[in-house]
Design a protein around this ligand. Structure first.
Ligand code: 5GP
Length: 123
């Protein structure tokens, strides 16, 4: 069974305006803001505004409009960050094996430096 949504997770609090964020994009369904602990010169998080824990939850329960908005926001954020030509990486952690820390779906957008291999070979 899917994990229940925790309304006190940090991104829910950002969405409610209880915690500030460095916003780079917002539309009806999506918010994008800079990661507080960036791992690359460009490190932006793109999140749906809806209460979705993970990609599994989102892909099963979100509307087509929400899904389209999230993907369009990722492309737009990368373009506006100026990393489209140099290249960038998108990544979404899901569940314990991936070390997902915040239980609200988020897509990382990394760029602005050589990002190295896709995954470390070992833990
Ligand atoms: P995860 O490991 O869940 O894929 O990534 C969570 C990300 O959220 C981490 O990169 C972490 O730095 C970022 N993060 C955690 N708390 C905050 C916060 O309060 N504000 C922002 N902007 N990013 C946060």
């Amino acid at each position: 069974m899917a994990e229940a949504y925790d309304d006190n997770n940090i991104f829910a609090r950002i969405l409610r305006g209880e915690i500030p964020c460095d916003k780079v994009h917002e539309d009806d369904h999506t918010l994008a803001f800079r990661d507080i602990n960036p791992q690359a010169p460009t490190h932006i998080l793109v999140i749906p505004k809806g209460r979705y824990v993970s990609m599994a939850d989102f892909s099963e329960n979100a509307s087509d409009a929400e899904m389209a908005a999230l993907l369009r926001a990722v492309g737009r954020v990368a373009r506006e960050a100026g990393v489209e030509d140099s290249g960038y990486r998108i990544l979404a952690n899901h569940g314990p094996d991936s070390h997902q820390e915040v239980p609200h779906l988020h897509i990382h957008v990394f760029g602005g430096r050589k990002l190295g291999g896709m995954l470390p070979r070992k833990d």
